[in-house]
Every structure is written in C-alpha cells, then in structure tokens.
Design a binder for this molecule. Structure first.
Ligand SMILES: NC(=O)c1ccc[n+]([C@@H]2O[C@H](COP(=O)([O-])OP(=O)(O)OC[C@H]3O[C@@H](n4cnc5c(N)ncnc54)[C@H](O)[C@@H]3O)[C@@H](O)[C@H]2O)c1
Length: 263
C-alpha cells in the first residue's frame, strides 16, 4: 500500500507510539485521522501539522457510538479529499498492572480487568469492524489488487508477560492470536493484517513507571542498550504499510530483549 493520497486512521494517535506514527505517515504524504480520548493533545497536533491532511476526532474506543461517529466523520472527510483508507492502526492502549489477588488476599476489582480488555481488545476489534465496510469497497490497487492493511499493536507481554501483567498480556496475546485469522478473513478483499510487538518504548505509558522498574528494564536490554523510540516504531509501521508480503504475522520490535520474570 502506498502512503500518498491515502487516509490512515490511528487510534491513540495523540501520544506515544501512535503520535510518532501520525507524524511519520503525515511526513510521507498521508492523510491522518486521529482518534483519541485526549482532546487537548489531539487538537494541538492538528494545529502543529495543519488541518489540510490531519483531522482529530475526540473518541473513546470503549464506546461504540463514539467510534462510529469518528469513522463516519473520517469517511465524510474522505469524500472531500478523495484519499481512501490505506490503513487502520488501532494503537490506543493502557497498561494498568495488577495481580489477580493482592497481598491482602483481595481479588482485583473486575472493573480494573474490564478497563484493560475493553480498551486493548474490544476497542481494537470495534474500530476495525466499523472501518472494514469502507475498505472492502475501495478500488483495488495494481499489481496485487491490494485495498489496505490493518496494523495492530501487540507487545512483548504477548510472549513474555511480567508479574502483574495478566490482563495486559491477555489483551496483547489476543491481538497476536487474532492477526492470522484476521489476515485469512480479509485476504479475499486484498486487505492485510500485521501486528507489531514492541518491548520497552519511550511513551507516556512507560513514563509512569517508577525509576526502579525503568532501571531494571534497562539492565536486561540486549542491543541497542536503550528503550525504543516512537520513530523506531513508526518506521516499522511504514514498512508494514509498504511491504505487501507482510501479512498474518506478529513482528517483535525489541532489540533482542526478552522480558525477565523478576524486575
Ligand atoms: N510504550 C511501550 O513500551 C509499549 C510496549 C508495547 C506495546 N505498547 C502499546 O503501544 C500502544 C500505544 O501506547 P503508548 O506506549 O504510546 O502509550 P501512551 O499512553 O503514550 O498513548 C496511548 C494513547 O491512547 C489513548 N487512549 C487511552 N485510552 C483510550 C480510549 N479509551 N479511547 C481513545 N484513546 C485512548 C491515550 O489518550 C493516549 O493518547 C498501546 O497499545 C500499548 O499497549 C507500548
């Protein structure tokens, strides 16, 4: 899939890995529809990049009417720009660590599990589901009759989840697991599905970790000996957009690091 004159729908695009992807695909000529809860950041990015090729929709991915409104708004914008959807990148996600039973032998409140699963899994599927009817009907591109790509965000936690990551690992493992059947279901339309599984990347999410956790993560890094940067992630997204042979796979983006059991 090419980037110029295509629209990229990016949830979580107001911060971190999603925002780096917004910047990169915009710099390469794409139209960007940003869906995020954070209206202040979202509007600031549109101001910075200009409203010619960016649009922000204040969206809660756990609320299907909010997602539907953003998709409808994006397709109305596409009707003006003539730039059909090139990719959907559902990057909105939350960490929210917690063990299923705490040190006082209290079970974790179910709502805390719901938050993670609803944003990281249900919200991802909902956005893809609502975008697909607009992708399956676009004109396929030669030479392969491609119509677009879904680029999902899994995590190292899908492979080696750490203590306190049961809900997060479940959500990211689900993303990893659904990538192949999604690719198989969408093959008939010329739509691919690829997941990227980053390890420890600089973002708002990881900025909330304690210094102790951050230092212990930095100790286990192989090469390079630094956390990933948004640009590293965005470059991989761009490659997933452009390389038609990537399909049905989860790509680890982790510099060879395997997350340890103990921090
Ligand atoms: N940073 C890492 O080390 C890392 C590693 C592996 C995977 N990931 C994944 O990358 C993705 C992006 O995370 P990040 O690290 O950039 O975090 P981040 O906190 O910087 O960005 C997440 C964005 O998602 C938005 N968001 C949260 N809940 C939302 C909701 N209900 N509706 C709409 N938007 C919502 C937030 O407002 C924020 O802008 C997530 O799926 C995360 O799980 C991150």
């Amino acid at each position: 899939m090419h980037i110029q004159n295509r629209t990229f729908i990016i949830s979580g695009g107001a911060s971190g890995l999603g925002l780096a992807t917004v910047r990169d695909l915009h710099a390469h000529g794409g139209y960007i529809s940003i869906l995020d809860l954070n209206a202040e950041n979202g509007n600031a990015i549109v101001n910075e990049l200009g409203s010619d090729r960016t649009k922000f929709f204040e969206t809660d991915v756990t609320d299907t009417s909010s997602v539907q409104a953003a998709v409808t708004g994006t397709t109305a914008w596409i009707a003006q720009t003539g730039a059909p959807i090139g990719a959907v990148i559902p990057a909105a996600g939350v960490g929210s660590p917690g063990k299923l039973v705490d040190r006082h032998n209290e079970p974790i409140p179910l709502e805390r599990l719901d938050v993670v699963i609803n944003i990281n899994l249900r919200g991802v599927l909902d956005l893809i589901r609502l975008c697909l009817p607009h992708m399956t009907t676009t004109t396929p591109l030669p030479p392969d009759n491609e119509r677009g790509v879904i680029i999902l965000v899994s995590s190292s936690a899908a492979f080696d989840g750490q203590p306190g990551q049961v809900a997060y690992a479940a959500s990211k493992g689900a993303i990893r697991s659904l990538t192949l059947p999604l690719a198989r279901d969408l093959a008939q339309y010329g739509i691919r599905a690829v997941s990227i599984a980053p390890s420890y990347f600089e973002s708002n999410m990881t900025a909330q970790m304690s210094d102790k956790v951050r230092k212990s993560l930095e100790r286990v890094l192989e090469f390079p000996k630094r956390p990933g940067k948004g640009e590293d992630f965005a470059r991989m997204v761009r490659h997933c957009v452009e390389n038609v042979m990537l399909n049905g796979e989860t790509i680890r983006l982790d510099g060879g690091t395997r997350m340890p059991s103990k921090l």
